[in-house]
Design a protein around this ligand. Structure first.
Ligand SMILES: [Zn+2]
Length: 192
């Protein structure tokens, strides 16, 4: 596959950076994005990084991301974000969890989004499910099927304690490409 990947928002320390809680959205989204891109390339996919670090503001950031996305012909656009707003600073023993947005149920990204939700939920995060939004700029304006992943909540102590960058990236790649393709091949080798 040919895949665009980007981390949401400007980089931390700039205007229009992402949410800040126990962890910083812009920083973690970039770590996850880098690990996802690396693993997808290892599997032989072509990956373009459409992240924008220093746009003039929120709308400029979104416009520049979409311009980078649409400069390539790809099968899928992946936008990596972290959620915020729950304010579970003490930790109530339950994660708030993960959700993935697509433009509509008929988007070709919807099946991938379902699998990404399930894979991240497999790490122990509550599965908030696939959600549909015609208002999110990236989903509305990218020409390829697109999904926006809200990995987990930066301001929920339970989410942040469970969160591990590499595991999150593994789950996203599993969701997109199918689980443990390499492991299945080696099992076959053993049985021969
Ligand atoms: Zn975000």
């Amino acid at each position: 596959m040919r895949i665009n990947v980007h981390a949401g928002h400007n980089a931390d320390g700039r205007t229009a950076c992402g949410a800040i809680g126990f962890i910083r959205e812009s920083t973690e989204a970039r770590r996850v994005k880098d690990a996802v891109a690396w693993m997808l390339r290892q599997q032989g996919h072509t990956v373009y990084d459409c992240t924008v670090d220093d746009a003039a503001g929120v709308s400029a950031n979104l416009r520049e991301i979409v311009a980078k996305c649409n400069a390539r012909d790809v099968d899928l656009d992946i936008s990596v974000h972290f959620n915020s707003g729950v304010g579970d600073l003490a930790g109530n023993g339950r994660t708030t969890g993960t959700e993935v947005y697509v433009y509509s149920p008929s988007s070709e990204a919807t099946a991938h989004a379902e699998k990404v939700c399930q894979a991240i939920a497999g790490l122990g995060f509550r599965n908030r499910g696939v959600k549909y939004s015609k208002g999110l700029y990236v989903l509305k304006n990218t020409k390829a099927p697109a999904m926006l992943i809200e990995c987990c909540f930066v301001d929920d102590r339970d989410d942040v304690q469970l969160y591990d960058c590499q595991q999150m990236a593994d789950a996203i790649v599993d969701g997109i490409c199918g689980r443990h393709m390499v492991a299945e091949e080696s099992d076959e080798d053993k049985s021969r």
